[in-house]
Design a protein around this ligand. Structure first.
Ligand SMILES: [Fe+2]
Ligand SMILES: [Fe+2]
Ligand SMILES: [Fe+2]
Length: 327
């Protein structure tokens, strides 16, 4: 296969990150209103400025490659393949959920740029590789800033609800964690068969048993509070009705999209347990605090293992597309 094919594929990945940035802009414009806490609102406002510049840089790069960016605005949020449709459906309505959603979204952006950098390196395009590393670093820094805000995000959520019954609140956060683990089980049970990349499939398969155990432990805490999982599961933390298997199987570069999405998904879980931990501390439930700490360790390790497959995922996707790397 020719270098031209690889260049075209690189343009597709640039189009993907451009759509992701447009989606990010739409979300960040609304975020400060929902934030409910001054520092958190500032964090979002600052990243809105940064994101405008990222979008401009990516658009200029696309235009430099002769891509028609006038149509890009229309397709943002509909395609792009990063399951951002699913993320958009989360519709965060509280400061806590907003922060969780944004934390995960920044990790999806980080993954997209890390993968873009790998595609650029394989295409021998040092300028795009460098841009991807720089923007990826900014997304990572934003995610870190959000991670420092879980405390006040929970505080703002409880304040907004005028919540007095912390036990009832805790049950709500446990149900969120339960619902998200149910989604994780669905993702991990389906994904290995379609991953198209052995190292990625192995990592996802390996996390399935751990995930079932996490869900069981959350169940236990719900029982301890005399409750069960919500039958409606209208938690706002679920990826509404997404048929994960069919969605990713339909992608022309499944290994790459799945490797990026599952990394972001682990961070949605991390955010859910960060919030749960905060509420459990306030409610005086050390068992749930300990459970959160344990699961947080496991989710972080899983995310790291997924990131460790990005090179293999890019190679597998390019091979599948019949686009050989020049190196
Ligand atoms: Fe971002
Ligand atoms: Fe989990
Ligand atoms: Fe997980």
């Amino acid at each position: 296969m020719t270098a031209r094919d690889l260049g075209e594929q690189l343009t597709k990945y640039l189009t993907d990150v451009h759509s992701i940035e447009l989606q990010a802009l739409a979300q960040l414009e609304r975020a400060p209103e929902i934030a409910g806490a001054e520092r958190l609102a500032d964090v979002f406002a600052g990243h809105l400025e940064e994101t405008r510049e990222q979008e401009r840089l990516v658009r200029a790069t696309l235009e430099g490659r002769g891509a028609d960016t006038s149509t890009l605005k229309d397709i943002a949020g509909r395609v792009g393949g990063w399951a951002m449709i699913a993320f958009a459906r989360l519709n965060p309505d509280t400061p806590g959920k907003l922060t969780a959603h944004a934390f995960s979204y920044e990790h999806m952006e980080l993954a997209a740029y890390e993968l873009l950098a790998r595609a650029a390196e394989r295409a021998g395009d040092r300028q795009v590789a460098e841009m991807a590393r720089v923007i990826g670093g900014e997304e990572h820094a934003m995610a870190e800033r959000l991670a420092a805000c879980f405390d006040e995000a929970v505080e703002a959520s409880l304040r907004a609800k005028d919540a007095h019954d912390l036990g009832a609140e805790l049950v709500g956060y446990l149900r969120d964690a339960h619902a998200i683990e149910a989604q994780a089980v669905q993702l991990l049970a389906t994904a290995p068969a379609i991953a198209g990349c052995d190292p990625l499939a192995d990592v996802l398969r390996g996390h399935l048993e751990e995930t079932r155990e996490q869900q069981r432990l959350v169940d236990e805490r719900l029982s301890a509070h005399g409750s069960g999982p919500s039958r409606l599961q209208s938690t706002g933390m679920r990826l509404g009705g997404l048929n994960i298997g069919a969605f990713f199987a339909a992608m022309p570069d499944t290994p790459v999209k799945l490797a990026g999405f599952s990394f972001a998904f682990e961070h949605l879980e991390i955010a859910a347990y960060e919030l749960l931990r905060q509420v459990a501390e306030r409610a005086g439930d050390p068992e749930t605090v300990a459970l959160s700490d344990r699961v947080l360790r496991e989710e972080r390790a899983a995310a790291e293992r997924i990131a460790g497959t990005w090179d293999a995922a890019m190679d597998a996707a390019l091979e599948h597309l019949g686009v050989a790397s020049g190196t």
